[in-house]
Design a binder for this molecule. Structure first.
Ligand code: ADP
Length: 192
């Protein structure tokens, strides 16, 4: 298989974690999630850790340089051919960095995937996760801010990749994860 990258262009808590897992199991991708990397880093309570926690709890985006260096470090560590990027790129500047990164990695195929979920549904799911996982950035104020950040910063990224020839959109509203996965798999198989 050619070196491939899948981009998860999904809104917060759209169900991307579940679909990523299906993709990893079915096609052997390795996932890199910038949110996970950051949550790991925050566990070290030094100055940077505290600063990151503050930004994340405010529902804002962490500075691009920091994300990029964390990402490069992780890519080198994993040394994988087929990667799912979850949570990156998240703004237009990161899109530019991402194109350079793809060239550096010698990636020959990019598949941007967008799981569309209505905003009311997103808020409902995020609040539900707050109860289940107790993530400190899952309170109502932060959620509202994260959705705003998504509209301002990430929607242009989705619009950008919607022009890509391999772009896939799947509807994540009112559908169980398995049904979403079947639809996604069908669309992926058309491409392979
Ligand atoms: P969710 O899945 O709920 O969208 P993530 O786990 O992807 O959340 O990210 C959690 C937080 O980490 C974000 O709200 C943001 O503060 C920070 N973050 C994650 N990825 C990026 C990124 N690519 N650029 C800047 N900040 C990021």
């Amino acid at each position: 298989m050619a070196k491939q990258v899948v981009l998860m262009l999904w809104a917060p808590w759209s169900g991307k974690g579940t679909q990523s897992q299906y993709l990893m199991d079915a096609y052997g991708y390795i996932q890199i999630s910038t949110g996970e990397l950051l949550r790991e880093r925050v566990k070290t309570p030094d100055e940077l850790g505290k600063k990151l926690a503050e930004i994340m709890n405010a529902g804002a985006l962490v500075p691009d340089e920091l994300i990029v260096s964390m990402l490069e470090e992780q890519i080198n560590k994993l040394n994988a051919d087929n990667i799912i990027f979850d949570g990156f790129p998240r703004n237009e500047a990161q899109t530019v960095v991402f194109d350079t990164l793809l060239q550096k990695l010698g990636i020959t195929k990019l598949i941007p995937i967008y799981l569309h979920v209505k905003e009311e549904e997103l808020i409902r799911r995020l609040l539900n996760r707050a109860v289940l996982e107790g993530r400190s950035d899952d309170n109502e104020a932060t959620i509202t801010k994260r959705i705003q950040t998504f509209h301002t910063n990430t929607q242009p990224v989705i619009d950008h990749y919607a022009q890509h020839p391999n772009f896939i959109q799947v509807d994540g509203d009112d559908q169980p994860a398995e049904v979403v996965w079947e639809e996604l798999k069908k669309k992926l198989n058309w491409q392979k």
